[in-house]
Design a protein around this ligand. Structure first.
Ligand code: FAD
Length: 506
């Protein structure tokens, strides 16, 4: 039996990736027969229309929604993503892979990478990425879903997707509407707060319709119509740590078979992404307007495409940071209205997913207990800050001094939390995951090593293992991964066989 306090109406304002992900996930709770979900979106305003690369936790979201992977990949013109290659970040001419998945196998409970740290100084040991199944497959242009057998090295492969953001929202919309979510097309032109407690009572549409609700989800993107404009929750600006504040995005025609990873190429005042999809390639130049003008940023992007542009370039402006609070009164901000960090590690869609999971875990009733709001805000703030630190690392740990932008980021002050991580690593290569942190040991390891950090020494536990045994194990893992990858289908062959999309030209 449902309590009288159970929510009756949840109103989602916004129909971008955030709005439809939220609607699709929350539609599962409408199975109680009482809670109705309404989503309002404005065709006139439209969506941000970017956001094409994801990280492995999206697989859990797909499972939660009961999505068939092959159908989803085909419907969104998606490809598989095994990691990100960072080009020219440490110095021009240098490249490294931040792959998904773990490195090697621990030897007698001592971290695998600790052996690599020791023996790669003394002997000719392959680069660390050659001990990660996802990286080995990525470099060979191969893909296969990981097997279920935990004894097989293939089970250590981890993956996510690149997809067309517009098709993704459309796909989720079908799913959500199929589960009873009611969509209203219209523009919200006003928000009325209740006199007694300042909670949102209803929103007013340009048609004159008033839409009431118990819980409102603000998915209005950078506009932050409810959380910012109506409820006045401030925004913390992190531009001093992450100075990029603009992006120019442009699709280009596909050239050759799609690679199973994203490319992030450093540029004089920022960086450029290249995301392969089935029907086209997504490109964008993220830059700091302090250090580069828009015309120069666009020229550089167009000059460095690997094929002809398929549409006109589009500019986007943003302020890196987060809301002071994400859940205020009866309103929860999910998506760009909650905050934004540049897409260097493809974390925004994940933050949407994480927001939804926490909301489901802390689903309120009409009493809106303060403790639940506070916990949501505490956990979300922590998640934003962990990701922020991880992104700053890419800029701070560089040898580049060749432009004003790189000199600035190399010498800027950084948060104490990040300094501590870097100091711990530079001492004996130790990495600790903070509470509920998204990026784990292997992520930090890949980027810290890739960005040129080297520990002074290694964990003394390494010296308790016979060198012969350690070296043989390393050699075995290396050979095994190369061998397994060589037998995998190419990324294109896998797509052709299981999840080819309708042929579209852009
Ligand atoms: P939007 O897409 O802006 O949607 C807002 C919605 O609110 C729209 O439906 C709009 O019509 C509606 N709306 C607004 N005002 C009103 C109103 N008054 N009345 C009614 N409706 C209204 N994320 C990743 O995970 N990976 C990436 O690779 C990635 N790349 C990115 C690159 C760039 C340059 C940028 C800027 C972002 C990127 N992101 C990426 C982030 C990602 O695009 C967003 O997190 C995601 O699209 C969610 O956006 P949203 O739904 O919050 O906002």
């Amino acid at each position: 039996m449902l309590s009288d306090e159970a929510l009756e109406t949840i109103v989602i304002v916004g129909g971008g990736t955030a709005g439809w992900m939220t609607a699709a996930a929350l539609s599962r709770i409408t199975a109680n027969g009482r809670t109705k979900i309404r989503l309002i979106e404005s065709d006139e305003i439209g969506t941000v229309g970017v956001g094409e690369a994801t990280i492995p936790p999206i697989n859990a979201f797909n499972q939660l929604l009961g999505i068939d992977e092959n159908e989803f990949v085909a419907a969104t013109q998606a490809t598989f993503k095994l990691g990100i290659e960072f080009v020219d970040w440490l110095r021009p001419g240098h490249a490294y892979m931040h792959p998904f998945g773990e490195f090697g196998l621990d030897i007698e409970a001592v971290k695998f990478y600790q052996f690599w740290l020791k023996y790669s100084r003394e002997q000719s040991i392959p680069p660390i990425e050659q001990f990660c199944m996802s990286a080995v497959a990525a470099r060979q242009g191969k893909f296969l879903t990981p097997g279920a057998d935990p004894r097989s090295v293939l089970s250590t492969l981890a993956y996510a997707f690149h997809f067309d953001a517009t098709l993704y929202a459309r796909y989720l919309r079908r799913l959500a509407e199929g589960r009873g979510v009611m969509r209203t097309e219209g523009k919200v032109v006003g928000t009325t707060l209740r006199g007694e407690d300042g909670f949102i009572d209803h929103v007013l549409l340009d048609s004159g319709e008033e839409i009431e609700g118990d819980l409102f989800i603000d998915c209005t993107g950078f506009r932050a119509l409810l959380i910012g404009k109506a409820l006045g929750v401030d925004y913390q600006d992190w531009t001093h740590w992450l100075p990029c504040d603009r992006a120019i995005a442009v699709p280009s025609h596909r050239r050759g078979d799609p690679i199973p990873y994203t490319k992030a190429m450093a540029r004089p005042a920022g960086w450029q992404w290249r995301i392969p999809l089935q029907h086209r390639t997504g490109n964008g130049h993220v830059y700091s307007s302090e250090f580069m003008c828009d015309e120069e940023a666009e020229r550089l992007l167009l000059e460095t495409l690997d094929a002809e542009p398929a549409a006109s370039p589009r500019q986007l402006r943003f302020t890196t940071g987060r809301r002071e609070r994400f859940w205020e009164k009866n309103c929860v901000a999910i998506g760009l209205s909650a905050g934004f960090m540049e897409p260097l590690e493809s974390t925004s869609i994940h933050l949407i997913q994480a927001g939804i999971s926490k909301l489901i875990a802390l689903m309120p009733d009409k009493s809106f207990a303060r403790v639940e709001r506070e916990e949501y805000n505490r956990l979300t703030a922590m998640q934003f800050e962990h990701i922020r630190d991880f992104l700053i690392l890419h800029y701070k740990a560089t040898e580049r001094e060749d432009t004003g932008f790189w000199r600035y980021v190399r010498h800027m002050d950084i948060p104490d939390t990040l300094q501590r991580k870097m100091d711990l690593f530079c001492s004996k290569g130790r990495i600790f995951r903070f509470e509920d942190e998204l990026f784990g040991e292997s992520n930090w390891l890949a980027v810290m090593l890739g960005q040129g950090l080297r520990p002074r020494t290694w964990d003394p536990m390494v010296d308790t293992i016979e060198p012969q045994k350690a070296l043989q194990t390393m050699q075995h893992i290396h050979r095994l991964m190369q061998d397994v990858a060589s037998k995998m289908p190419t990324h294109q062959a896998y797509i052709d066989r299981y999840c080819a999309a309708e042929k579209l030209t852009v």
